[in-house]
Each structure stands twice: as C-alpha cells, then as structure tokens.
Design a protein around this ligand. Structure first.
Ligand code: NAP
Ligand code: BGC
Ligand code: ZN
Length: 355
C-alpha cells in the first residue's frame, strides 16, 4: 500500500510503499478515507516538532484521519463502520493515564503520538488501531470526519478553561481567537455556532482580500490585524475579552493575552512555539493575574470524550463555513497540493478512498 512519509532532512513528504498492516488481537484494520493537514504537520515536516519512531528513519504523517472498518478482527466494531482514531498511544503496553482514559494528560515519555512523535500516522491506504482508540461517527459525516480531531483539541481546551472559571458565576460574552489558521477558524466557528458568544474577534496578520478574513466576517466576527492592533492593545481598541484562545504559536501572545483579558477572564494557550527569548514586564503580569482574577491554561491533545463531543459539534457547524474552510481535498497522486502552505490555503486533506 502507499503511505505518505517524511524522512528528517529530506525536505518534504513523499510516497513510500509499505505492506498492508495486520491487526493484532484487539485491533481493527481500517481503510483510510481522508486525512487532514494542519500547522503541526508543517512543523513536523520542517523538523521543529515531533520525531520518527525508535529505530526508524522516517515517519508516516497524519493524525487527523477518518476511515472505514475493513476488518473488525473480533473487536466490537462492525465492518463498514466509519471511525476516527485518537492520536496518543502508550509507548510500552499501558500506563495510568491511558488506563483512566486521559492520555491527553500524560507527561512526555508516557505517550507517543501517531503521525507526530514516535509512531507512524494514518496517512496510508490502511492503518490498524486498538478498537478502544477508534471513535464511531455517523456515516453522513464521513467526508468531514477528518475535522473531528482538530475540533476535539478545542473541546478539551474549552473544558479546561471553563473549569478554571467554575468556582463562581461566569457568563462570558466576548471572545478573541488569536490566529486565523485552520485551528483558529474552527474554534471561532465553535464559539459562534455552539457556545453562543455575543461578540467574537479573530486576530491575523493578513491584508485584504484574504479568504480567512472572509471566513471571519461571514461568521459575524470582527477581524483584528495584529500589525495595527497588537494583542496588548485589543482591550482598549475593541473591548476586554472574557475568553482568549491562542492558536498562533507566537510566543509573545501567551503573555499579551493577560492584557487582552477582562477581569475574571481566562485564556487558553494552544500554540507550540520553539525557543524565543524576549523581555516581559513580569511585575505587571503578576499583578494582572492577581488583582483581576485572571487565569491562563495550556492545553494539548484530547481524549475519547472530547472526540465524542467533537462529532456533535461538527454536525452543528454551518455548511457554508465548512465549504469555505476546506480549500482542497487531493487524491494521493496529487498529495503535494495538500501540503502547500500559502495565503489561499486554509484546510486541506489527502483522500485515499471515497467510500
Ligand atoms: P497554522 O495554520 O500555522 O495557523 C497559525 C496562524 O496564526 C496562521 O494563520 C498565522 O498567520 C497566524 N499567526 C502567527 N503569528 C501571528 C501573529 N504574530 N499575528 C497574527 N497572526 C499570527 O496552524 P494551525 O493548524 O491553525 O495551529 C495553530 C497552532 O496551534 C500551531 O502552533 C499548532 O502547532 C498548534 N496546535 C496545537 C494543538 C494542541 O493540542 N495544543 C493542536 C493543534 C495545533 P499567517 O498564515 O498569515 O502567517
Ligand atoms: C495534534 C495533537 C497533538 C499536538 C502536539 C496537534 O496538532 O492535533 O493531537 O497532541 O499537535 O503534538
Ligand atoms: Zn493537529
């Protein structure tokens, strides 16, 4: 079968031939339909994040997959069921985080991530997975199923951020998303369509005309240009935000988020930046947290429950938004187009099979 893999230093992904995997006991064989591409894939390809499996020289990409059960192999799944795999696996058998269904809370060394760090991903014609890591989705959502994983990332971030505000009456009305990439725009749509925020904003650094600005405005949100209004000035230029969701990977935003927050607000940090030294006013930062009851959380990955919520959320997102978000689905012969990262590209996927 064909798979799309990256070899560190090779410069880009390429097609490799591999045998169709054989499911072990407890595993099912899945025929891949579509696999999405996100900023993390680009970071993995660039060598800034992730790693090949131990003892191997390449990594099969892909962590946002949807497929059809080809061989249930004695598991509870049925042939033909449409499934989405979760991303993390235990490196050596199992551990307490996986046993209690919270692999997303496992510390480094206690997990591998398929298609990202230490384990091959799903960008192949077939993949195997223990049934416990496969989430069933309705058949009619199959073409969009590759969006379940990224939506699940925000389901987790919302859960943790809201939990940090659960000790008092908190009724957020304003939200700012930092970043107009696919994760930022999906999250903006969730805030609008599912969470019912009165006023939403999304920050980018693009000139008009731009497809992401069109998406932001068609959702009814306000576009904020970070070159004109840095995050630290958003509260004065627009309004203080009850909720800020960072999806840029731009490290200064982690600290500037504090200034953008309203009293009692919470910020969720999702970006994965590399090292970058810069100066901050630590005193003001500390004071902002304390005197205004502000909170910041970091959030990575997601568990099965977040995937289940994401399926529900996906079915609530407006169809025109999804049409605008998905700028290209490419078959394996044209897979390179799915990895083009320019201003006309928002969300892409590689299609391995249609049914
Ligand atoms: P992406 O497509 O690269 O999106 C990032 C967006 O942020 C881009 O549109 C970029 O604008 C914008 N941006 C960067 N710096 C900016 C700045 N200073 N001012 C305004 N806009 C800025 O990536 P993605 O897939 O949406 O993911 C977003 C981030 O979340 C990445 O760092 C990714 O690694 C991370 N992530 C984390 C998790 C998790 O579990 N924590 C899950 C998925 C993704 P331009 O395109 O104009 O440059
Ligand atoms: C994936 C997560 C993963 C994170 C860090 C994201 O793009 O969606 O599942 O935990 O990257 O590697
Ligand atoms: Zn991802």
């Amino acid at each position: 079968m064909r798979a799309i893999a990256v070899t560190p230093g090779a410069g880009g992904p390429e097609i490799v031939e591999k045998p169709v995997p054989e499911p072990d006991t407890g595993e099912a064989l899945v025929r891949t339909l579509r696999v999405g591409v996100d900023g993390t894939d680009h970071e993995v390809i660039a060598g800034g994040h992730g790693d090949v499996p131990d003892g191997e020289d390449h990594l099969v990409l892909g962590h946002e997959a949807v497929g059809v059960v080809e061989d249930p192999n004695g598991t509870d799944l049925e042939a033909g069921e449409v499934v989405v795999p979760t991303v993390r696996r235990p490196p050596n058998g199992t551990n307490e985080y996986f046993e209690r269904g919270e692999p997303d809370m496992a510390p480094e060394g206690e997990y591998v991530e398929r298609g990202i760090v230490g384990d091959h991903g799903f960008m192949a014609e077939y993949f195997t997975s223990p049934a416990e890591y496969l989430v069933s989705i309705p058949e009619d959502l199959a073409p969009l199923g590759f969006l379940v994983e990224p939506i699940s990332i925000s389901e987790k971030a919302f859960e943790h951020a809201y939990a940090a505000r659960s000790a008092f009456e908190w009724h957020p009305e304003s939200a700012l998303v930092l970043g107009n990439g696919s994760l930022g725009l999906l999250t903006l749509a969730m805030l609008e369509a599912v969470h019912g925020y009165d006023r939403t904003y999304c920050l980018g650094r693009r000139d008009r005309p731009d497809p992401t600005i069109d998406v932001i405005e068609s959702l009814g949100a306000t576009y904020v240009d970070s070159r004109e209004t840095p995050v630290s000035e958003v509260a004065d230029a627009y309004e203080p935000m009850d909720f800020v969701y960072e999806a840029t990977g731009y490290a200064k935003h982690a600290f500037e988020t504090i200034e953008a927050l309203a009293p009692n607000g919470v910020g969720a940090l999702l970006g994965v930046p590399g090292p970058w030294e810069f100066e901050i006013d630590g005193g003001t930062l500390h004071e902002e947290f304390v005197l205004h009851n502000k909170a910041l959380i970091g959030s990575v990955n997601s568990h099965r429950g977040h995937f289940a919520s994401a399926v529900d959320t996906l079915s609530q997102l407006p169809a025109p938004f999804l049409d605008d978000l998905i700028t290209g689905v490419y078959d394996i012969e044209n897979f390179e187009a799915a990895f083009v990262d320019d201003d006309t590209t928002i969300k892409t996927a590689v299609e391995f099979d249609r049914t």
